[in-house]
Design a protein around this ligand. Sequence first.
Ligand code: SAM
Length: 308
Amino acid sequence: MKDIELILGDALVWLEKIPENTVDLVLTDPPYFLDKLDDKWSHEEVLRAKSSVGTVKYLPVGMKFSPEQAVEFGKWFSSVAYKVFRILKPGGWFLSFSHPRLFHRLVCSTEDAGFWVRDIFLWIYTQNQPKAFSLEHFLDRTAFPPEVKEKLREELRAYKVPKVKSNYEPIMVAQKPPEGTLLENFAKYGVGLFNVKIKQGKGMFPSNIITTDSIDEVMDRYFLIEKPDRKEKGAFNDHPSVKPIKLLRFLIELTTKEKALVVDPFMGSGSTAIACKETGRRFIGIEINKHYYEIATRRLKEKVSLFE
Ligand SMILES: C[S@@+](CC[C@H](N)C(=O)[O-])C[C@H]1O[C@@H](n2cnc3c(N)ncnc32)[C@H](O)[C@@H]1O
């Protein structure tokens, strides 16, 4: 096996080809089944979905709320979690980014697959577009009497659909149960504890709150992880959901030793691959979309050439 292996294919198929009990960490950012970002991401669909946000011709993509979404997501994620469970070493880690609207299902599916859910980390950031929109322009299409319309029109200057600006992402921290005690497991498999020499902010003990934006003195002192370098994404990278490498490095270094094997079944533009290269971990990444797989390959090639 190469130290870093990128695979073009379906995670649900390829996870089955990884031998059981061999992986130290599965670190991933799965498709959210929102904004058409399901398990059949088409690059064109994603771009169309993104560009339609903000135009209010009909309920814009990503603004529709469907109560079934989380349930459907949970069912799908359950099949992922069982496959991840098989390949992890005892005591191995399963870390997954999630969405505030879906993460309860992600966590329950993971627990149902046999994992111990140890924590939920919060990645906090200050920048994001509010996506709540006004319903005022729908009033004219209603059959409400004129006096009701008038009253509502006034109120709808303030009231919008129930969506605040989203400024955090939850990260599930789950563990495959260890064999024996944590200490016995660590001695045998080299995984299952946290490396607390990894610091945040001004040399602080690692915390379950992480920020990659400078916020103020206190937040920065305790929770800041170095801000992303503007160039790290690559000018050619048009993936809509690229994670900061420093954040991934923090999670990898906290949970694994050098040369550990890390898997990202939903690799996207390959940010986890770069973080593994930078921290001396081995890596297997799977991506179903050829366009994103090619971006990941190019990003990694550029990174490897810096190391040679
Ligand atoms: C949220 S993105 C990951 C972005 C990544 N963290 C980055 O920094 O670029 C999820 C990725 O999963 C991919 N994907 C969706 N379903 C998949 C499947 N069944 N197997 C493998 N990849 C899949 C999508 O194409 C998408 O690129």
